[in-house]
Design a protein around this ligand. Structure first.
Ligand code: PMP
Length: 463
């Protein structure tokens, strides 16, 4: 079945797409002469475009999503069986796959307890923010309502999640934003020289202490939550420095601030453990997840809380304002949890997290070896199969590589039939990192094929 459509003529579909589809994230002027790229079929880690060209997908569907790979019939069958039995009932009701997936998910998240279903990462994060806001009203007369977010982190495309968005160029032209979202500094060791006062030693503790400074400036009694990615994704694949998370956890405890971890990218095996926060011994209050939950076979996201958080919403049954007055219509779709259950079974039965650790180490090793050869690689960092290689024009000054040159590397790989990513290149001088996040089924050959293409692309672009 691999590439079975490759001899078909897709010109009519391409014309329809060009005439009527508004693609995400792209300037459409280029489609007047060029063609939109369409992906027609996928199997394993490979995809085929409208011209039948085969690509190795090093970014799991472009955006860190298809963790178990393409063409999984068992997921399609699980969804089909569920849909013909009961596809949807919304509002206050539950469903069989919703109950079973929640039960299974919680076994992977010791300390967590309740699963709230929605559809996208943005939406799950909004649920988390609303939970924090309602707790502020219930417990603190509305005062402890501020939500801290970090420079370079991303939490979604809706206006509230953009209000908590740490990537300025994404936000330009969409303001004004919601009040009560306060930015804290990033914790990117490689670029600590850009932060005033950053020390050579113990940078992680210093970076966490910057958060405390913001809390004290704002007033701890006004801060309800801190929302962070465990490893920052689109902002540059930023792994936390030594000592950072321990100190963050202490600070949250000290000031009674809820810790909301955004696992939309790291969640469900991507870093070689079920959730990214589990690499760092963190005890969150709220965890949100989306992409890898059902590997893109259905739209599903979850906002997961501790029982302690949940309990606050049933404290006074006689008060009509005491419960969480929120709904997500399609949180009642059963396709999502049915796909998610099977997705999780695959990860367990095929031992994909062990593979993620092995293949992640191989990819890190290959990229580090490339950095010996190509001086433009300033830093290689990541966790599991979630890796970034930051390109610089000068290793000494760490001057970020021109975004056009970063784009040329991505384009060269694409021409070779390997799809890699780059962090949001629209932020000049800040997002110059090549991204790699192949499906967790990647083999040693796949990894070598991807890094060989990068080697060749760096050679062609930089000579
Ligand atoms: N959080 C993070 C860390 C993300 O990377 C993304 C999407 N790239 C989101 C949230 C938003 O997810 P969605 O696009 O499904 O709304």
């Amino acid at each position: 079945m691999d590439g079975t459509f490759k001899d078909n003529d897709y010109s009519k579909v391409v014309d329809a797409d060009r005439a009527h589809v508004w693609h995400h994230l792209i300037q459409h002027k280029g489609f007047e002469t060029g063609e939109p790229k369409m992906i027609i079929e996928g199997k394993g880690i490979k995809v085929w475009d409208q011209h039948g060209k085969e690509h190795t997908d090093a970014v799991s569907g472009g955006v860190w999503t298809v963790n178990v790979g393409y063409g999984r019939e068992s997921i399609a069958n699980a969804v089909r069986d569920q849909l013909v039995k009961m596809n949807f009932f919304g509002g206050t009701t539950g469903s069989i796959p919703g109950a079973l997936f929640a039960e299974k998910l919680i076994t992977k998240m010791p300390g967590m307890s309740r699963v709230y279903y929605a559809n996208s990462g943005s939406e799950a994060n909004e649920k988390g923010f609303k939970i924090v806001r309602q707790i502020a009203h219930k417990r603190y007369g509305g005062k402890k309502h501020k939500i801290l977010y970090r420079d370079r982190d991303y939490h979604g495309s809706t206006l509230a999640t953009m209000s908590a968005g740490g990537q300025d160029e994404r936000n330009a032209q969409y303001g004004p934003f919601a009040p009560g979202f306060i930015r804290v500094p990033h914790c990117m060791e490689y670029r600590k020289h850009e932060q005033d006062g950053a020390p050579e030693e113990n940078y992680g503790v210093w970076a966490a202490n910057q958060i405390e400074e913001v809390i004290l400036r704002e007033g701890a009694d006004t801060v309800g939550a801190l929302c962070l990615e465990p490893v920052t994704a689109g902002g540059g694949v930023i792994t936390p420095p030594e000592g950072y998370w321990e100190r963050v956890q202490e600070i949250c405890k000290k000031y009674d601030i809820l810790l909301h971890i955004d696992e939309v990218v790291c969640g469900v095996g991507r870093t070689g453990v079920w959730f990214g926060y589990q690499n760092y011994g963190i005890k969150p209050d709220i965890v949100t997840m989306a992409k890898g939950v059902a590997s893109g076979y259905a739209a599903i996201s979850c906002c997961v809380t501790t029982e302690e958080v949940f309990d606050m919403f049933k404290d006074d049954p006689s008060d009509p304002l005491s419960y969480f007055r929120d709904i997500s219509t399609f949180g009642g779709c059963t396709a999502g949890p049915a796909a998610a259950l099977e997705n999780m079974r695959i990860i367990e039965d095929e031992n994909l997290m062990a593979n993620t650790l092995d293949m992640g180490a191989r990819m890190m090793g290959n990229l580090q070896a490339l950095s010996e050869k190509h001086a433009v690689i300033g830093d290689v960092r990541g966790k599991g199969l979630f890796i970034g290689a930051e390109l610089v024009s000068d290793r000494g000054t760490k001057e970020a590589m021109d975004e056009k040159m970063v784009g040329a590397v991505v384009a060269d790989c694409m021409a070779q039939g390997v799809i890699i990513g780059a962090t949001n290149r629209s932020i000049p001088g800040r997002n110059n990192t090549l991204c790699f996040s192949p499906a967790l089924i990647a083999t040693a050959d796949d990894i070598d094929h991807i890094t060989d293409a990068v080697d060749q692309a760096l050679g062609s672009v930089f000579g």
